[in-house]
Design a protein around this ligand. Structure first.
Ligand SMILES: CC(C)(COP(=O)(O)OP(=O)(O)OC[C@H]1O[C@@H](n2cnc3c(N)ncnc32)[C@H](O)[C@@H]1OP(=O)(O)O)[C@@H](O)C(=O)NCCC(=O)NCCS
Length: 167
């Protein structure tokens, strides 16, 4: 997939038969983070993913007819919380992740909801989310938590209060 423009995307509900694809995409995309947290043992990594796998909130990201990643979204207080989000490395940096997040931001906005998430400290994904208008709100030992108040993805997000910076 080597086009200058990002491909059209479709988010379809996940099903039990998507687990193998989702596991491969997750292990490849999260390789460095997983090595730091649960180690490189495939059984530990699979056990972790099984503990996270909740079909209710999973959507498979199909771009130009190919499965490229998945996202898991859970309703939270007046917000949609991104529990997992990964694009297989073969399809990263093509703009697919930004298109997905814009779609999620717009869906949340239509319900008057913010979008929130936690990003592993030091992850390059933090810059990705900042570009989409997310701001850090708080942190724990391993994660920075970010929020984008309800607003269309095409508009700058209005934020209440100063940005939190864990640095
Ligand atoms: C974060 C992620 C979903 C973005 O998807 P994408 O389709 O590559 O996103 P886009 O092409 O729209 O944007 C690319 C930007 O994502 C970020 N990015 C690229 N590779 C990345 C990686 N391996 N990990 C995290 N962020 C990355 C960069 O900011 C990049 O911008 P740049 O090319 O100007 O440096 C994807 O890179 C990924 O799956 N990363 C690994 C898993 C992860 O960190 N998920 C987020 C958990 S909260």
């Amino acid at each position: 997939m080597t086009q200058a423009q990002p491909p059209a995307i479709l988010l379809r509900p996940g099903s039990a038969s998507d687990f193998s694809f989702a596991a491969v995409a997750y292990f490849r995309a999260m390789r460095e983070t997983l090595q730091r947290t649960v180690g490189s043992n495939p059984e530990s990594q699979t056990a972790l993913l099984l503990s996270l796998w909740d079909l209710g909130g999973i959507r498979i990201i199909v771009a130009a007819g190919r499965e490229t990643g998945w996202i898991q979204i859970a309703p939270a207080e007046a917000a949609l919380f991104i529990r997992q989000f990964c694009i297989d490395p073969d399809y990263q940096r093509l703009g697919i992740g930004s298109l997905v997040m814009r779609q999620v931001i717009d869906e949340a906005w239509e319900c008057g909801a913010a979008v929130t998430l936690g990003v592993v400290k030091g992850s390059p994904a933090r810059r990705f989310y900042e570009r989409l208008g997310f701001r850090a709100t708080h942190a724990d030992l391993h994660h920075d938590y970010m929020r984008r108040d309800a607003a269309p993805s095409s508009a700058p997000a209005a934020h209440r209060g100063p940005d939190f910076d864990s640095a």
